[in-house]
Design a protein around this ligand. Structure first.
Ligand SMILES: [Zn+2]
Length: 414
């Protein structure tokens, strides 16, 4: 296939992807004003519901604008030989193929991040601010940017350099080595996420002794779950929105509660949320996710290895000289319909796992405090209670509040 045909396929993929997203987003927006389902009537007072509708609408408009902007930016870059310009620039600075790749991706990722920063600024300091969610200062916002870049340069740059090096020494067999290094890295990050990444952005401290800790320990003992590590993180530094999550495995496993969660919920509700997180662990969702992500990475790298040496692949994005990095960009776009499909499947599993974790909490603790906690959390984040099923199918990693409510209300099978 010629580079030109590939170029048109790339453009088509970008546009179709945008249109599909827009249509699904539009369907979802049609339901913003739907009446609240009977079972969820107690989530919002009238004025709060109106506020949530305004919030949904504002976010929808905002995501339309950013979507169109990023489509036009990518198309413009492709049509006006932006990749060729950056490629030439990188080549003019060095002859080392690894450095050329690093400079090429460095300019593109950093450049696009800088161009889109006004959007994230607007989202945090205008939209989130207006609805009372934002707690982040300008200083935190800027520091977050720099820390994010630093992490990207060290970790992304390091892995990319290794992959190019493997390609230089092993040819198309590079994918096996690349897979190995990415797998090790994935396991490492999963294991030590809370120890290495989180401290860069947040303060976390062990949950203090008191009635909450006692309740948690009682629950952990009851289900036979070794739980020495319950941490509280200062989520309130950035947002009023609350969360809890599980990370690590083996001795490194820990549950992290946002300080905002502790603020918003009663102790029984917090234990119920924690029971849900324990459910994820007990039902082996953590391991499933890590293994699946490693397998999918291997598959993607293998398919990449089949195409990366074809010069037309890299020439398709308008560069004058074929290379690994240009091929990688073209492949990334050509492969995106497949990665959209895998993300659909992963979201499907994720929603199934949420039910399983909810059921675990229901069976080992209680359904009612989980229901009230989910309702409070939805209320406090002005959640959409009436999303369109197509939008849920594509984008939701969790079932809707109504679905979770109905599932939790079902009698537990004896
Ligand atoms: Zn969950």
């Amino acid at each position: 296939m010629s580079a030109q045909s590939l170029f048109y396929i790339i453009i088509t993929i970008l546009i179709v992807d945008f249109l599909v997203d827009s249509i699904i987003g539009h369907l979802n927006a049609q339901k913003f004003d739907d009446p609240i389902p009977e079972d969820l009537k107690d989530v919002y007072q009238k004025d709060e519901y109106e506020k949530s509708q305004a919030y949904k609408t504002e976010n929808y408009r905002f995501s339309n604008i950013t979507g169109i902007f990023s489509l036009l930016l990518t198309l413009g870059f492709l049509m006006f030989d932006g990749f060729d310009f950056v490629d030439r620039l990188a080549r003019s600075l060095t002859d080392n193929p690894i450095l050329i790749t690093l400079i090429f991706f460095g300019i593109i990722t950093l450049g696009s991040d800088i161009i889109t920063t006004p959007f994230s600024y607007y989202h945090t300091f205008v939209i989130e601010e207006k609805y009372g969610f934002n707690k982040s200062s300008i200083k935190t916002f800027i520091l977050d940017k720099f820390k994010g870049w630093l992490m990207m340069i060290i970790m992304g740059g390091g892995i990319l350099a290794l992959i190019v090096w493997f390609y230089l020494i092993a040819g198309t067999n590079f994918w096996l080595y690349a897979w190995g290094i990415v797998a090790v890295f994935t396991l490492f990050i999963n294991m030590f996420y809370s120890r290495i990444i989180v401290p860069l952005f947040n303060k976390q401290s062990p949950l203090e002794d008191g009635s909450l800790k006692t309740k948690i320990q009682e629950y952990a003992a009851k289900v036979g779950f070794q739980l020495d590590n319950v941490f509280v993180i200062d989520g309130s530094k950035r947002s009023t929105k609350a969360n809890a999550y599980f990370s690590g495995f083996g001795k490194q496993k820990r549950i992290t509660l946002f300080d905002t969660l502790i603020e918003d919920l009663e102790e029984e509700e917090i234990v119920a949320v924690l029971a849900h997180e324990v459910g994820h662990y007990k039902r082996k969702h953590i391991i499933f996710n890590v293994v699946t992500s490693i397998v999918l990475t291997g598959l993607t790298l293998y398919i990449l290895s089949l195409f990366i040496s074809i010069p037309e692949l890299s020439l398709a994005i308008g560069v004058s000289q074929s290379s690994f990095h240009a091929g990688l960009v073209a492949f990334g776009i050509l492969y995106s319909p497949i990665s959209e499909l895998t993300s659909l499947v992963m979201n499907y599993f994720s929603r199934k796992f949420e039910y399983q974790a909810d059921n675990y909490a229901k069976e080992t603790y209680a359904a009612q405090p989980l229901i009230t906690s989910l309702k409070k959390l939805s209320k406090n984040s002005l959640s959409n209670l009436t999303p369109h099923p197509a939008y849920v199918f594509v984008n939701y990693s969790h079932p809707t509040l109504l679905q979770r409510f109905k599932n939790l209300k079902l009698e537990a099978p004896k």
